[in-house]
Design a protein around this ligand. Structure first.
Ligand code: ADP
Length: 608
């Protein structure tokens, strides 16, 4: 029967492993060539020093003693060696490692960070809904930095050990080739056995994987803040402790069962292919050639023996580093897969001039997050410059999706959106998005000062304008209670005196941020959901009273907040089912009127 060909995982194969290693090395070399080369060549330098200082020098000194050479001969060589080693290892390495390296490594970290996050920032928002992309993204952020140093270490290790084999090998071959034969037999033998050992370890890992996952889940529950409240308020921790003990017991039993075989194979491997062959057979051969045949001086014998051990050690290191390179490759492959994600929502190569401001026109726009499942279906509408419009409808009607399309966070599957008469896909993306300021339901407060949260960029805060924005959004009440005003740090992430805002306060701060930015279009997605009734009333008044020619688009399912909009669009299942002013829609007596009356009754019932 024909055997199934083993399917390679992405990243497997020597060539791909080399290409993946080079991919990260190039980034490190570009960011800091000196430090990358220094780290890459560290093992090579050590192998050269070890050969001259520990192998050759020892033999030379023994021969000087045996040959009754004058003291100054070995002493001058020892002094020369001492000066060279002291200068390269002690002075140079210490200077580089402790003075230069910490700062330069930050450059490498920065380059890696830029590579991952620049891509993340430009990625289509759609990708964040794709679990495969998200998985790669988390891998890339977590692993990219670790992998770059791991690759430098591994490649440096391989280069260094090749150099070690070359120097010692040349010495062995010129003096006595048999040493090299002993090393090669020992290497091939232990290489074959190491495959067997790797299989045994892999089987153990595979069997231990479900138990490790259970253990790490329980550990996570104990340290993640998400679970902190439940852990304190319920007895679930008792069960978790029990599960943890049981999983530890299972892991112990599994290791006990599997590790005896691994241990025996290791002992036999070391015995036959290291101790017996080199420290036994080859050493006896050297003694015989030196004492009986007088073929080597004492110094040469010692040097040959040490060289043989060094070559053997270098071969072992290479057989450790090559699988490591393969292991890194699997990680790097995922990082590259993430970086290869194609960006579709992007600026055109030759963008058309960006209009200062203008109408937003949607012409027969259709969109779905997944193929064949339309969330918006043939939407046509014109939002005039300076108009205050409201998008209303029940949850899931498509209101938020509609504004995401207007801001070009997604592109429509069908139809055209234009701004000031130009298809938005023909405009420079960042400049176009800058026309909008948005307060989403899932708004974010940054761990920075109140002022920085309002200005949301590097420019110095215009305190007068910021104060005005806070008054309009209702944040001024809270601002007046903060001892350091705009300089008060928010969140306790980095500052012990940081302030944590309530939901309503945070929301009014984010609205102040939107008002401060002074963009032509302001979008408020459920802006009043966390506000109390008075703050809600004030906010609505503010939004309608904003001076100038701002277009304001409000999304709400509380119809009392949108009553005064110039135009209201009622959405249902991704379609506009009614449009007009509040009075017009009430007169129409359709779905909007029904929803409005239902909410008014509910509100009255709550008040009574
Ligand atoms: P609304 O704002 O009216 O509550 P949304 O625009 O948020 O409605 O959602 C419209 C539909 O699209 C809902 O069925 C929702 O589940 C779906 N939806 C929203 N965001 C995503 C997403 N990122 N991926 C897949 N489906 C989504």
């Amino acid at each position: 029967m024909k055997k199934d060909k083993k399917v390679k995982k992405p990243g497997e194969g020597v060539l791909r492993a080399v290409s993946n290693a080079l991919f990260l090395l190039k980034i490190a070399l570009k960011a800091s060539p000196f430090i990358t080369l220094h780290k890459l060549l560290a093992t090579s330098k050590n192998r050269i020093i070890v050969f001259f200082e520990h192998t050759w020098l020892l033999g030379f000194m023994i021969d000087c003693i045996a040959g009754n050479e004058p003291f100054r001969k070995p002493a001058s060589v020892v002094m020369l060696m001492f000066v060279i080693v002291c200068l390269t290892v002690n002075v140079f390495d210490n200077f580089v490692n402790h003075k230069y390296d910490p700062g330069e490594c930050l450059k490498i970290d920065r380059a890696i960070h830029d590579m991952v996050y620049t891509k993340a920032e430009k990625m289509d928002l759609r990708c964040y809904d794709d679990p495969e992309f998200y998985d790669d993204f988390v891998w890339a952020t977590r692993e990219a930095k670790n992998q770059v140093y791991a690759v430098i270490n591994t490649v440096g290790g391989i280069i260094g050990n090749i150099i070690g084999i070359a120097i010692n090998g040349i010495y062995l071959m010129t003096r006595d080739g048999l040493g090299m034969v002993a090393v090669l037999v020992s290497f091939v033998g232990s290489f074959i056995i190491s495959f067997w050992l790797n299989k045994l370890w892999y089987r153990l890992d595979e069997e231990a994987n479900p138990i490790s996952r259970k253990l790490s889940y329980i550990k996570r529950v104990f340290y993640l803040t998400d679970h902190a409240k439940e852990l304190r308020l319920s007895n679930v921790k008792e069960r978790l402790y029990r599960d943890f003990d049981a999983a530890c017991g299972e892991m112990r039993a599994l290791r006990k069962k599997r590790t005896l075989k691994i241990c025996i194979v290791n002992i036999l491997n070391n015995f036959f292919f290291r101790d017996f062959l080199i420290q036994g057979v080859y050493l006896l051969y050297l003694l015989w050639r030196t004492i009986v045949k007088k073929a080597f001086s004492y110094g040469t014998m010692v040097t040959l023996y040490n060289s043989c051990n060094s070559v053997s050690g270098s071969f072992r290191s290479i057989s450790y580093f090559i699988p490591k390179l393969q292991e890194h490759s699997l990680y790097i492959e995922k990082i590259r897969h993430y970086l290869d994600n194609e960006i579709t929502v992007k600026s055109p190569e030759a963008p058309l001039p960006l209009p200062e401001s203008g109408d937003i026109v949607l012409d027969n726009v259709t969109f779905g997050y997944k193929e064949g499942e339309n969330v918006l279906d043939g939407i046509s509408m014109t939002v005039k410059k300076g108009e205050r419009i409201a998008l209303v409808g029940y949850n899931g009607a498509g209101k938020t999706t509609l504004v995401k399309l207007m801001m070009r966070l997604y592109d429509p599957t069908d139809g055209v959106i234009s701004y000031g008469g130009t298809d938005v896909r023909q405009l420079e993306l960042d400049g176009y998005r800058d026309k909008f300021e948005t307060v989403f339901q899932d708004y974010q407060i940054f761990a920075a000062t109140v002022g920085q949260n309002i200005s949301a960029d590097d420019t110095p805060l215009d305190a007068e304008r910021a104060r005005e924005a806070c008054e309009k959004s209702g944040f001024a009440r809270k601002l007046d209670t903060l001892p350091d005003g705009f300089d008060t740090p928010l969140t306790r992430e980095f500052e012990n005196n940081g302030v944590n805002l309530s939901g309503g306060e945070a929301q009014s701060l984010v609205i102040a941020r939107a008002l401060y930015k002074n963009s032509p279009v302001i979008i408020l997605d459920e802006p009043s959901s966390a506000l109390d009734p008075i703050a809600e009333y004030n906010l609505n008044k503010t939004m309608l009273d904003i001076e100038g020619e701002h277009t304001v688009i409000t999304i709400s399912h509380r119809l009392s907040t949108t009553k005064t909009a110039d135009k209201i669009y009622m959405l249902e299942k991704g379609r506009i089912i009614e449009e007009g002013s509040h009075d017009e829609l009430m007169r129409l007596d359709g779905k909007y009127a029904e929803m409005f009356r239902l909410q008014a009754e509910k509100y009255r019932a709550q008040v009574i």
